[in-house]
Design a binder for this molecule. Structure first.
Ligand code: ATR
Length: 270
């Protein structure tokens, strides 16, 4: 039976083992998938031990995604541009690093019937979460992606790094006269109950509002968007399932259906 695990610190909260087991059952594949708490500084050793035990692959969550990037012998383009690895594959003595977060977001947006092709996308935030999703989003052929951030220089640095004419950077106050089709909140503001200071004028009736964070209740951003009249609001639970699904497809060459797992998890967090 093939062995997989997810590394993190903390790790108790991780739902990856449950998600991967459901995908495996649905596709008649036998896997063993565990979670492992790793002490800071012990990541490399933990991976080497798992490889020696015959481990086939691992997911990586905070705070080890950059350690995983450094440890990989080979990186996919999306992992190297993300500057982070969340999926490791161990094969013939080599460590392959990938990042499925951005594709997980894309899968969830498409699953929610959000049109990305030729759309004007606004991303709030310019941290690691944004860097991780830009390449997969650009691959969906949007008209433009505007990155708005509290610290504008960080948004500008991201645009320079990706060097794509569809990308622009700005501050929140510059959004007042602009119109978008999709807004993705990728700031960590929701985690502390805060809201990025964006003008209410960006919320038009038919805009799709996505928050990368999820919880039992609506996130502050989703509450706010609904109050401004947004009809389509989506939280980040599906992105979590989506990144797992893409990891699963990297390992098992089958893209699982995310729909039923999202519903099961939604019930489990209520
Ligand atoms: P992550 O890996 O989750 O992206 P990060 O790299 O620390 O985490 O980035 C956090 C992002 O949330 C940044 O864009 C940050 O803005 P700054 O670059 O100006 O710091 C943004 N952020 C955090 N708290 C915020 C708040 N209260 N209002 C607006 N933006 C916030």
């Amino acid at each position: 039976i093939e062995q997989y695990l997810v590394y993190g610190n903390p790790i108790k909260q991780s739902r990856s083992p449950d998600i991967h087991k459901i995908f495996a059952d649905e596709n008649n594949i036998a896997i063993d998938y565990q979670k492992q708490l790793v002490a800071l500084g012990d990541f490399k050793t933990a991976v080497k031990i798992f490889i020696a035990q015959g481990g086939k692959g691992a997911n990586v969550t905070a705070p080890f995604k950059e350690d995983a990037l450094k440890l990989a012998d080979t990186l996919t383009e999306r992992a190297s541009l993300a500057g982070a690895v969340n999926t490791l594959t161990f094969k013939e003595g080599k460590i392959y690093g990938d990042n499925t977060d951005g594709e997980g977001l894309v899968q969830d947006l498409l699953h929610n019937n959000v049109t990305l092709k030729q759309s004007r996308i606004l991303i709030l935030g310019a941290g690691g979460a944004v860097r991780g999703v830009l390449l997969p989003l650009l691959a969906q052929d949007p008209k433009s992606i505007t990155i708005a951030n509290r610290t504008v220089s960080k948004a500008e640095a991201l645009c320079e790094n990706f060097n794509d004419e569809r990308l622009t950077a700005c501050g929140f106050d510059e959004l007042a006269d602009q119109t978008f089709d999709v807004i993705i909140n990728a700031t960590s503001a929701s985690l502390s109950g805060d809201l990025p200071p964006i003008p209410t004028s960006v919320i038009t009736n038919d805009i799709a509002c996505y928050d990368m964070v999820y919880g039992k209740d609506d996130t502050p951003f989703i509450k706010w968007a609904k109050a401004q009249g947004a009809r389509k609001t989506i939280d980040g639970l599906g992105m979590l399932v989506g990144q797992a699904a893409v990891s699963f497809s990297v390992w098992h060459k089958i893209m699982p259906d995310i729909h039923s797992v999202i519903e099961q998890l939604r019930k489990a967090i209520q």
